[in-house]
Design a protein around this ligand. Sequence first.
Ligand SMILES: *[C@@H]1O[C@H](CO)[C@@H](O)[C@H](O)[C@H]1NC(C)=O
Ligand SMILES: *[C@@H]1O[C@H](CO)[C@@H](O)[C@H](O)[C@H]1NC(C)=O
Ligand SMILES: *[C@@H]1O[C@H](CO)[C@@H](O)[C@H](O)[C@H]1NC(C)=O
Length: 360
Amino acid sequence: MTFGLQAALLLGVQLVLSPAAPTIPSNFFYRDYLNGHGDKGTGFSGVKLQVDSAQPTVFSVRGGNATVPCRFWREPESSSPRRVRVKWSWRPAAGGHETDVLVAVGSRSRGFGAFRGRVQLRREFPGDATLLMTDLLLNDTGSYRCEVVDGLEDRSTSVYLELRGVVFPYQHPGGHYHLSFPAAQQACEEQDSTLATFPQLLRSWKEGLNWCNAGWLADGTVQYPITRPRAPCGGSGHAPGVRSYGRRHLHLHRFDVFCFSSSLQGKVYYLQSSKMNLTDAQQACQEDGAQVAKVGQLYAAWKLTGLDHCDAGWLADGSVRYPISSPRRNCGPPEPGVHSFGFPPPQHKHGVYCYKSGDR
Ligand SMILES: *[C@@H]1O[C@H](CO)[C@@H](O)[C@H](O)[C@H]1NC(C)=O
Ligand SMILES: *[C@@H]1O[C@H](CO)[C@@H](O)[C@H](O)[C@H]1NC(C)=O
Ligand SMILES: *[C@@H]1O[C@H](CO)[C@@H](O)[C@H](O)[C@H]1NC(C)=O
């Protein structure tokens, strides 16, 4: 008896492993196995769940909204729609763990962490799991995954969220290659920006960014974009490209940094006034109901609103710069850009760029 059972088990195993065994679509097999006959809606129904997004990438700007598409349906169409669970999660562009954005069951939903109050499901038609985001932050970029769970079926699709903006190289007032990774992160934040991601740097390089000093990126790598290789700068015998030093030690190694800024809610302008030292400049902006502009704000105004002014002015970090959209004689280099005089002594006299936020 025992022997016979073992033989049967062996035979069973052989049947399963045999390449000649007929293949059975597993959901039909399970339906019959669980219910005997017919579909009572347990999840093993032979109906396949499908999840799809209409676009691989969605673009927006800081402070703007984003519509991140996702829809699901069943094949063949199910006559008795059940409640599904929709979960959106986010993998930051900088890398790192996936975190929860929103979970919805039926008509209820809940946002998580920094997304709370800024996300909801669109639900315009049955199967619409599109994520609506408002008040986008600079660091919201990355991959958003829409996961739909229907009974025991679980499908997902991903959409990349990118912001339109500007990447700029930033150097510490103390000189080149002064910034550890945490210091680089802080330097960008102090200039109303965030560490640039690799896709952002790559796009800037395609748009012509040529920079001869290596800087940190959000993923902890150190790179620099070269469009015009020269001997000391990317190597004269090499093709243009983004050169990488790879991952460096976040605390021990020091470089410059690439920061990213996007649209402004306010306005940057050159304050017409007699030349001022840095203290006078801070006071002049304050008296005008504004603040000295940060470097990220000047870059955003230059890139996104075409700010063009041929006078150098103080900025909040103690540097002196000016934005040129239409290069001309006696206005610096022949390319458009935010041109810099570095960090002069604070008693030197210049004009100033002020920033007035939008809601004043
Ligand atoms: C974003 O969406 C909200 C409501 O959904 C709307 O009030 C606001 O005007 C939108 N903002 C922009 C910049 O389109
Ligand atoms: C994203 O930026 C906001 C401020 O702009 C900050 O409060 C938040 O901590 C940042 N989130 C991450 C994950 O760095
Ligand atoms: C700027 O000039 C004012 C006088 O106009 C003076 O009181 C202040 O100390 C000066 N600040 C710097 C940083 O030189």
